[in-house]
Write a protein that binds this ligand. Structure first.
Ligand code: PGA
Length: 251
């Protein structure tokens, strides 16, 4: 399966950062031709990133995505943006249900499914994030939590083509900690089995790992059975690191 190397810029990156990153990516884009490359800047960074990518001649090689979308098509939702608006400015993907949104904005799995449905309706690929907290892991609840999140966060109509799962243990995000390779492989195997309850061709669904993926550990993680790419936060902010991770994804 062709791997997806996706960067989540979170609330980082001004116009100058976008210009610098896209130029650096363009200079070495050959290093990433064996993977699908995606960056998800802030909502206000999407248009500048698309323009920078077009200008640098990598508009078709660097996909741009949103970090969230509203479940509704339009209406009285101050501060929100719809999936159709993301698609309208050239996004191909939308992340939904990131743990920071689940925590900071009280998003539930049911709400995440509604957002994912909106993303699919707008023709976007939804990257649905799931993952256990440290407390859940310590109490042996990891697989129960993942099963529940998968059951509730995937909307009807989700397919291997329009949906990507990102497994991000909450305790691994931005901490420098990662699960062992055995734990990651076991989680991905379990996730695929659970996804099969909702999606017919689950063997074709891309399941990304996310949480402190860096150039130094990406090769080992991305080589694991069932790991079809990465969702990368901190290390996606520097083109060198992001490209090093893409290179580590093998050919
Ligand atoms: P991190 O973030 O790579 O900085 O740990 C990953 C994410 O939250 O998607």
């Amino acid at each position: 399966m062709r791997k997806l190397i996706a960067g989540n810029w979170k609330m980082n990156g001004l116009g100058a950062d976008i210009a610098r990153e896209v130029e650096a990516l363009a200079a070495s884009i050959a290093d990433a031709e064996h993977v699908d490359l995606l960056l998800c800047p802030t909502a206000v960074g999407i248009v500048p990133m698309r323009h920078a990518a077009e200008k640098a001649g990598i508009g078709d090689k660097l996909a741009v995505g949103g970090q969230d979308c509203h479940a509704a098509e339009n209406g009285a939702h101050t501060g929100d943006i719809s999936a159709a608006m993301l698609a309208d400015v050239g996004c191909r993907y939308a992340i939904v249900g990131h743990s920071e949104r689940r925590t900071d904005h009280g998003e539930t799995s049911e709400g995440v499914a509604a957002k994912a449905k909106a993303a699919l309706g707008a023709g976007l690929v939804a990257i649905v994030c799931i993952g256990e907290t440290e407390a859940e892991r310590k109490s042996g609840e990891t697989f129960n939590v993942l099963a529940d999140q998968i059951a509730k966060s995937l909307p009807a109509g989700a397919t291997a083509e329009n949906t990507v799962i990102a497994y991000e243990p909450v305790w691994a995000i931005g901490t420098g900690l990662t699960p062992t390779s055995d734990d990651i492989a076991a989680a991905h195997k379990f996730i695929r089995e659970e996804v099969a309850r909702k999606i017919a061709d689950a063997d074709k669904v891309r399941i990304l790992y996310g949480g402190s993926m860096k150039p130094g550990n990406a090769g080992e993680i991305l080589a694991l059975d069932g790991v079809d790419g990465g969702l990368i936060g901190g290390a996606s902010l520097e083109a060198d690191d992001f490209l090093a991770i893409a290179r580590a994804a093998g050919s």
